[in-house]
Design a protein around this ligand. Structure first.
Ligand SMILES: [Zn+2]
Length: 241
């Protein structure tokens, strides 16, 4: 549920060697920063609006957005995408089933995008929903305003990892390495640019939501992600709580 970093160098000792691209060193909630040409990071307003972070990846003819966010976060990420590129958002990748990463799915599909995830995301929705959606709708106006009884599952799923989207300009790989934060954790990896989006499987603070997690298997997932060639960046400061 509510965690804050998509690109991280984790503060967990066990994860300390993880060379994931860290984009938010000097980012601020609600701001968009270019990571490499054609790839942007939008830092979510976690503390004020519960929004997750997003990535925007420019392909030759379209954009890929990483994570649907909450509905209000989806609208902000959509605005951000329009500012950085006039190409349409074709795919929105749900890194996992938690509301701050997936409940905005209908916002994107109504705008013409295809929501995409590892099949484990849909299976997690079957386990936990619509109970969580209905509880969230009592707390969050943006969820209630969609007037739906349940979250919208990803429209397209893949089983075999990695699922690859490729064109003349870029290759994007979508990995599933096993059960960590959830049974559906998807990683997005750009091999040429050496950028990795890890969803909530890794965070850069001392807290992570573990109720849907497999603590024993989680380090194996991280170890698998560590095998990817990722550009190391300075470790970010851990914000004071
Ligand atoms: Zn989560």
């Amino acid at each position: 549920m509510m965690h804050r970093r998509m690109w991280i160098l984790s503060s967990f000792a066990a994860l300390a060697a993880l060379a994931l691209f860290q984009a938010a060193t000097d980012a601020q909630p609600g701001t968009v920063k270019q990571i490499v040409p054609g790839v942007w990071f939008r830092e979510g307003e976690i503390d004020t609006l519960g929004h997750c972070n997003n990535a925007i990846i420019e392909m030759k003819d379209y954009l890929i957005v990483v994570d649907a966010n909450f509905p209000s976060g989806a609208r902000l990420a959509m605005e951000a995408a329009k500012k950085v590129s006039n190409k349409p958002v074709k795919y929105v990748f749900d890194t996992h089933h938690h509301g701050d990463h997936l409940y905005g799915n209908p916002v994107w599909t109504q705008a013409g995008a295809t929501t995409l995830a590892y099949k484990g995301v849909t299976e997690e929705l079957k386990r936990y929903e619509p109970k969580r959606w209905q509880a969230e709708a009592k707390q969050r106006k943006d969820v209630a305003e969609l007037k739906l009884d349940a979250p919208e599952p990803p429209k397209q799923t893949f089983d075999k990892s990695p699922f690859i989207l490729k064109d003349d300009t870029r290759e994007v790989r979508f990995y599933f390495f096993g059960w960590a934060h959830t049974r559906g954790d998807g990683f997005v990896y750009l091999p040429k640019e050496k950028v990795l989006c890890s969803g909530d499987a890794t965070v850069n603070g001392p807290y992570n939501y573990t109720a849907d997690a497999d603590i024993a298997n989680w380090p194996k997932v991280i170890a698998a992600a560590q095998k990817l060639d990722v550009a190391a960046r300075p470790r970010p400061a851990i914000p004071a709580q």
